[in-house]
Design a protein around this ligand. Structure first.
Ligand code: PMP
Length: 283
């Protein structure tokens, strides 16, 4: 693939990039990450991702390896060095290498890794046709507001979806939908856009924040509350948001067609607005 990746202050060919086997990211999933999309060589909502990164680090008492200006400079440098036009920048910070011990080590030096990945984001077949999901129980840990690299249950969820012949899974807890395996979940019902309120049960999506802001600016009604699976199946529309998929319609849940069974007008409009606005504001 021949990418240049960033590891702890250096830009190196991907096959030369190394992290210690004692790294706590490897041993304990003691690390956090961010994914920022790139369109036309520019970063979408970089400030939002940086803010969430500082918050994730703070919640885990983990030191920030660089400051905000440096972080932006590294993102930009990687995009340039890899000639990335459309895709994403993945960033991971771990507590760093230390002797294996459950307690956090004193004075560990955090590990910082970033790499780019090409991906078609704007012209997405999934967004055109909409995706099908199944529901699965939410068996993740309780601090889903911290963007940690413990992604095994979401991976299992994707595999359950794949085995069922669909695109993704929506996770359900106490009768209510929390979120998708790697996206925030929404329905459109009684003329309102409904999405789960923020809390420790879901990731505070950067795309979610932007999309809700744009929806309110466009005079669409938004309700932030838990919704049930039955409500979702009976809704007029459903959709998901994430940095790497923007707004993507959900047209089927557990084999039940949502609304007409085709992408609906609200999801389409929000995708258009988000694309326009985020590209305009990209850095
Ligand atoms: N929820 C989960 C569980 C996710 O993994 C993601 C994407 N990382 C999101 C929501 C969407 O967040 P964002 O819009 O910041 O990509």
């Amino acid at each position: 693939m021949g990418r240049i990746v960033y590891v702890n202050g250096e830009y190196v060919p991907e096959e030369e990039a190394r992290v210690s086997v004692f790294d706590r990211g490897f041993l304990f999933a003691d690390g956090v990450y961010e994914v920022t999309s790139v369109i036309g060589g520019r970063l979408v909502d970089f400030d939002g991702h940086a803010r969430r990164l500082w918050r994730s680090l703070g919640e885990l008492d983990m030191a920030a390896p660089v400051d905000g200006d440096e972080l932006l400079a590294i993102h930009r440098e990687l995009v340039v060095r890899n000639g990335l036009d459309e895709g994403l920048v993945y960033l991971q910070v771990t507590r760093g290498p230390a002797d294996r011990d459950f307690a956090y080590p004193d004075g560990a030096r955090p590990t910082l890794v970033l790499f780019t990945q090409e991906k078609r984001i704007v012209d997405s077949p999934a967004a055109e046709r909409g995706i099908a999901v199944i529901s699965i129980p939410d068996r993740r840990w309780g601090r889903r507001d911290i963007k940690t690299v413990q992604l095994l249950y979401p991976s299992m969820g994707k595999m359950m979806a794949k085995a069922a012949g669909v695109d993704d899974a929506w996770m359900v807890e106490d009768g209510a939908v929390t979120e998708g395996t790697s996206n925030n979940a929404y329905i459109v019902t009684a003329g309102k856009i409904v999405t789960r309120h923020l809390g420790e049960e879901i990731l505070h999506g950067i795309t979610r924040a932007a999309v809700l802001r744009f929806a309110r600016e466009a005079q669409m009604e938004v309700e932030e509350r838990a919704f049930t699976l039955d409500e979702a199946k009976a809704a007029d529309e459903a959709f998901v948001t994430s940095a790497s998929t923007f707004v993507t319609p959900v047209v089927e849940i557990d084999g039940v067609a949502v609304g007409s069974g085709a992408p609906g007008p609200v999801a389409r409009r929000l995708r258009e607005i988000y694309l326009d606005e985020s590209v305009k504001a990209a850095v």
